[in-house]
Design a protein around this ligand. Sequence first.
Ligand code: ADP
Ligand code: MG
Length: 601
Amino acid sequence: MQSAGSPPVSSLKIYFRLLGYLRPFIGLFAISLVGYMIFASSQPMMAVVLKYFVDGLTAPAGVNLHEFPLIGSIQLMYGVPILLILIITWQGFGSFLGNYYLAKVSLGLIHNLRCTLFDSLLRLPNTYFDQNNSGHLISRITYNVTMVTGAATDAIKVVIREGLTVVFLFSYLLWMNWKLTLVMLAILPVINLMVRSASRRFRKQSRKIQAAMGDLTHIASETIQGYRVVRSFGGEDYESARFKHASDDNTAKQLRMVKTGATFTPALQFVTFSTMAVILFLVLFLRGDASAGDLVSYITAAGMLPKPIRQLSEVSATVQKGLAGAESIFSQLDETPEQNAGQQERLQVTGKLEVRNLNFSYPGCADKVLNDICFTAEPGQMVALVGRSGSGKSTLANLIPRFYHHTDGQILLDGMEIEQYTLRNLRRHIALVTQQVSLFNDTIANNIAYGDLAGLPREQVEQAAHAAYASEFIDRLPQAYETLVGENGVLLSGGQRQRLAIARAILKNAPLLILDEATSALDTESERHIQAALESATANRTTIVIAHRLSTIERADLILVMDQGRIVERGSHAELLARNGQYARLHAMQFSEHPTLTVEA
Ligand code: ADP
Ligand code: MG
């Protein structure tokens, strides 16, 4: 977050950048502008009618014809009401054009900003999601965007409508009595000073409100997602208190902002009306030969000024809220997207994977998570990674599809450094199944044939499901492949979800298959079935498998035993057992505890 009271230059920059998003709507905007001009022009017209009315009353016979070229000849009794209705119709027409078309602009702008923001999420690197909590990302899309459009459109509306009103009224006043009117300019510096100091506070408070909104969304979404844990561990009071605290905090911050506005407005009113009082005094004092109509009209027009001036000054609150919102939106849009400098694309790869002297630490962490990793997986081979949790197995698996960027060492797919592939092409060659299965609130079939796989023939989907041992439960579902799985597959068991994920990977038919504890939620029975399926599926593809049940990797061509980011032992199952080292100990542990079962490591 930026420090409070950032220099006005940067505000301007943000504002102009924001206005850039208005470009596609320039036509609609012009229409609404015309509408507001019409609206604004109706204000001095009212003052003119008043002059006509008062002058007509005081000298019924002789309203100056040449001063009112159109209506001078009509009787006062008819003229004033007709004019009133004409003016209000004119004003209404302008108001409709202005408001409706500006709403079109602002809603369109919200839409565009939201979509841009959402699309940026699809391109941001994994580290961004590690470092930003989802509540804040969500509230940026739902809350901040609406704040921003306030600045881009509502503020412009007020500036145009009220600004023009001020200009028209002021011109009229100048025309009536320019010397007197110039006296009014004296208050400008005072207003300017007040608006500035209030703006600074508005921006600061608005940033805080946005952060508080993010906290609120965050807590709500955490509780909603984890409602089972909340209930089973009696976290209700804790969550309720936490949410209440965040909401209180939010309320207090909103209130503080309202307070700023609420003090600002009367202060401003005081300044403007004091000026009006002085003007009024001067008008009466310097009356001269002005007619009663002149005086009333002048005072009325002058009296109409404070309202638009007030609204103009209050715009600064809207603008500052919007700028604070835009600041956070642009900061997300300016994040460097996933590195995608590679140019090479291969239609087909054999799946040979070589890792040479790979070192890795997560951005911002000094500790090495991977240390001098070297191994080769020939096409069609299976390489297994075993080791205690936290030893770096998943990290290694995540580096291959470039979820994180490695700088030290090499990862070669078919002899070419993976950084040289385009991201999309690289990932097309890799099928990844992890422990956390992500399902979308869609049908079973669409969850298996997701993304690039969408549109594949149904038989292939069913074959994949069959191979993943999923057809067994899918066929028993009420609508089979057309059954909706609920948000993130809540309607399915953990094992069923994993089988869908495996089916998805099998359907992808990629030459490199990475299974990161992909069968951990399965019972031994289904796992054995899938093992058989995977055996045929893995026959002609390279597989990297991380399994916490050692029994599942016995047939691997190469087993790498990892500990604290290093490969401490390597070899086949038989070799490693013979060596009687760490692997043999892990193996003995699993089998001694449950001699008949294969159990979790
Ligand atoms: P394993 O899969 O073998 O259990 P991981 O590769 O998940 O181990 O984790 C290895 C180490 O890296 C752990 O110490 C973990 O704390 C750290 N780590 C994992 N993911 C991240 C991340 N996104 N950011 C920072 N550190 C991480
Ligand atoms: Mg892991």
